[in-house]
Write a new protein. Sequence first.
Length: 318
Amino acid sequence: MLTTIALILSILLQIIAVAIVISLIKGSKYKSSWILLSIGLSVMALRRFLELMDYYQVTENENLTQLNNWLGVLISVLIVIGIFFLKKMFDYIAMMQEKRQESEKQVLSAILSTEEKERKRMAGELHDGLGPLLSSLKMTVHALKSGSKYTAEQLVLHQNISESVSEAIKSLREISYNLSPSVLEDFGLITALRSFIGKTQPVVDFKLEFVSNVVDERKIEKDASVILYRSVCELINNAIKHAKATKVMISLYQESHKIRLLYQDDGIGFNYDSPMKREPLGMGLHTIQSRVNAIDGSFTLESQPEEGVMVLIEIKTK
């Protein structure tokens, strides 16, 4: 009785499998593999049916045994050919995945190139357009002071105007530099990072350290350099706005075929390590993650409340 139930269940399950495989035929590029597998599964169900007939001795045992054996050979042939076609299908999927990744790289490279060009254009317009106007205004204010007599209140007002114009000129230079730091293009990633950190350290209330062992920047592709530079800028900006840290440590290490950027702070952190309570990434961190992933890099973030933030970025080099 148990043998009969087992054979009947086996037949039913194989019929269900055949139905599922047949449903996959329409949406597949390599239909032959699914057709062969469906035939193979159908023959397997037939074999089980013949075994059920043999169990009840519906036909002669010798003929049934020989038929069963040849059906087994047929099943093996169908499955081998079907697997061959499945391999071709998976190879095709892998090729399309590789093309998609390559296309994403090209799109990202175009986006980064366009973004950097636009940053450079805006920086140039600010520097060459608004800069001379502010400088002219400063000279005019200075000329008014030397050629006129002012009351005490007017002198204070004049001094405030002069200081405001000077501050505006300084801010304009900083904005132009942050939009398109020429040092990154002219002198490379390490010099640009040291320059940015050197300008940032005096105006922040935490200790900012940067170490690196990079000696050959030619192995770092241009897109990777831009992403690493923008990532450091964004991470330090986040630390200024949110971390309330006393120390920020940034390390950039070059290995044989990889460059690793490690950011660590001892600030207030946020809930990220617990999946059920995870806070969403801010726009800046999400942008870093998207850009790093798009060039086949890896982005790892670890953080807990009151335990600071750790960000590790790894990018392949030449």
